[in-house]
Ligand binder design. Structure first.
Ligand code: ADP
Ligand code: MG
Length: 138
């Protein structure tokens, strides 16, 4: 069992499809062990995506991620990091496999509905960036 960090992004909260996304998460045997609906500040979003700060899409990404509510989550399960990346699908929904969250719901490469950690190490860093351990209930 391990954990991963997830964000349901503003394009999805605006379209009221967070439940549909949670259903795909739960159907894949991942358990939502923490969940909060929040508004990201610019500072918090820039810190979270600091690895991308030199990318051409960085400013647009921060604008988008602060444009509405997000749902932050901790997911637990067997190989949670890889399992969630698999059901998320490719960053660009045009390249995502059928049945994945991004193929079903993403609007484009930016408004792609979900974030998932890319390694176990980053998962723990990202969880700690948003949650106190006392808020994670198995
Ligand atoms: P992933 O979310 O699949 O791990 P990245 O870490 O590479 O993808 O990028 C972080 C986020 O930045 C993406 O989920 C997407 O919202 C946005 N993004 C990535 N690449 C682009 C791009 N070429 N143009 C616009 N936005 C992008
Ligand atoms: Mg990434």
């Amino acid at each position: 069992m391990n954990r991963t960090f997830s964000i349901i992004k503003p394009d999805a909260t605006k379209r009221n499809i967070t439940g549909a996304i949670n259903k795909l998460i739960e159907d894949s045997n991942l358990k939502i062990v923490a969940q909060k609906r929040i508004q990201l500040s610019r500072d918090k979003a820039e810190g979270f995506y600091s690895v991308h700060k030199d990318k051409p899409f960085f400013n647009d990404l921060i604008e988008y991620m602060t444009s509405g509510a997000v749902i932050i989550q901790v997911l637990k399960g067997n190989n949670a990091v890889d399992q969630y990346r698999k059901i998320m699908g490719a960053t660009n929904p045009d390249n995502a496999e059928a049945g994945t969250i991004r193929k079903e719901f993403a609007l484009n490469i930016q408004e792609n509905s979900v974030h998932g950690s890319d390694s176990e190490k980053n998962a723990e860093i990202e969880i700690r960036y948003f949650f106190d351990e006392s808020e994670i209930i198995d």
